[in-house]
Ligand binder design. Structure first.
Ligand SMILES: [Zn+2]
Ligand SMILES: [Zn+2]
Length: 409
């Protein structure tokens, strides 16, 4: 999988810097100042141009999707990887997709300081998702009971063009068909500076002033001093409720999970006794199981989507019986790099992974509605073995290699 490199400047000292698409923490190589990126909505980039000097550039927006599509069929779940782009303004004059233009290019953020005529995106993200599924579900056997995407990166890419006697692609320096200035004049009246911006926030704990530590792709930051958890939101660090199950010993690693409570309609799945019946678990309901609410447990860390679904189904069928304490744990923590929204989008697929019997899945999925009501970030302790992190009470082993490979997802 290719990931973009983004050229940027340190907000503190102006030194040039390079970021990866998934970076959310940035430390300047010159002034050493650390900051955390607050990214509102999808990332927006511009592609570099090779236009002759003096040409006014016209930037046309494209939606870009990179990730995995999932199709739930009677008895099985199919998936495929997709790297896809489409116009973010419906126009017969500009190319329909970016094609290979995004390969091996260094990008820049599309912020309001960028020069040129920027055409604002008009088609919503929902259109991109609908278009994707229409295109890629054609070869999937029917009926498709449910479709979803997991672990995707969605961004807006502005491609450069300019006007000579005709419209010219400023990456390839080749005319685009036979498009005249008059043809695109109505579109150009809408041009404006990019309306998107991103903020670099201080990484000091808002509560106690301690330096917050995290991996560069982390979506949340923990304070080791006052045991609080923070995430960038609305131009500042906002407190996030977190918790943990204490580890039996000092060794091992805590992996983060989203514990999601849902309103579920179409099947009865309110408590642990319901789960035993619905997942056909090899155990008899105990007194008290009806009082234990049912939660979805989804990884809050990236792994390949196939593994993500397996881990979510395993953690959800086991639930957590131990005591849960408030705040992030002391010790070694794996960073949170899978947003809650992604976990929520996966719930029906996770459900389809553990619900039984499989022969009735068509009927069950036709009726089920799952609505997330509340979520809690919970760190669960895993024991370390040479090649895996293991949580015996969940019968869950996660290969170290999987976590390593996930850095590029
Ligand atoms: Zn700097
Ligand atoms: Zn603190």
């Amino acid at each position: 999988m290719t990931a973009f490199i983004i050229e940027h400047q340190c907000p503190q000292c102006g030194a040039p810097a390079e970021l990866e698409e998934t970076d959310r923490l940035f430390q300047c190589g010159y002034c050493r100042v650390k900051s955390c990126l607050d990214v509102p909505g999808p990332l927006q980039y511009i592609l570099p141009h090779r236009a002759p000097s003096g040409k006014e550039l016209i930037y046309f927006p494209y939606w870009r999707f990179k990730g995995m599509l999932f199709y739930c069929l009677p008895g099985e779940i199919k998936n495929r990887f997709v790297d896809f782009s489409m116009q973010a303004i419906a126009s017969p004059d500009f190319p329909f997709s970016l094609g290979l233009r995004t390969q091996t290019q260094k990008l820049r953020f599309a912020i309001k300081e960028c020069e040129g005529l920027f055409l604002p995106p008009e088609l919503p993200k929902a259109e991109l998702i609908a278009d994707l599924h229409e295109r890629f579900s054609a070869e999937i056997p029917k009926p498709i009971l449910h479709q979803a995407q997991i672990g995707e990166t969605i961004s807006i890419l502005y491609a450069p063009f300019y006007l000579d006697t005709r419209l010219v692609d400023a990456i390839l320096n080749r005319p685009v068909g036979n498009i005249t200035a008059e043809a695109i004049a109505p579109l150009l009246t809408k041009a404006q500076a990019p309306q998107w911006s991103l903020t670099f926030l201080s990484t000091l704990c808002p509560q106690c002033g301690w330096d917050l530590e995290a991996d560069k792709n982390a979506l949340v930051l923990n304070c080791a001093n006052c045991r609080s958890t923070w995430r960038p939101k609305g131009g500042k660090l906002e407190a996030l409720k977190s918790a943990h199950v204490p580890a039996p010993g000092p060794e091992g690693l805590y992996l983060p999970f989203w514990r999601i409570q849902c309103d579920i309609a179409g099947v009865t799945l309110d408590n642990y006794a319901d789960l035993i019946r619905l997942a056909n678990l090899p155990r008899v309901a105990q007194p008290g199981d009806q009082q234990r609410p049912f939660y979805f447990w989804c990884p809050a860390f990236k792994v390949r989507p196939q593994n993500f679904l397996t881990f979510a189904a395993q953690a959800t069928t086991c639930q957590v019986r131990e005591e849960i304490l408030t705040g992030p744990p002391p010790g070694q923590l794996h960073s949170v790099n899978l947003p809650l929204q992604e976990a929520v989008e996966s719930l029906i697929l996770t459900f389809a992974g553990f619900a039984r019997p499989k022969q009735h899945m068509e009927e069950i999925l036709k009726n089920i509605r799952i609505q997330a009501r509340s979520a809690l970030l919970v760190y669960l302790p895993f024991e370390e073995s040479p090649h895996e992190f293991i949580r015996p009470v969940m019968n869950l082993a996660i290969a170290k290699n999987l976590l390593k490979l996930a850095k590029n997802l």
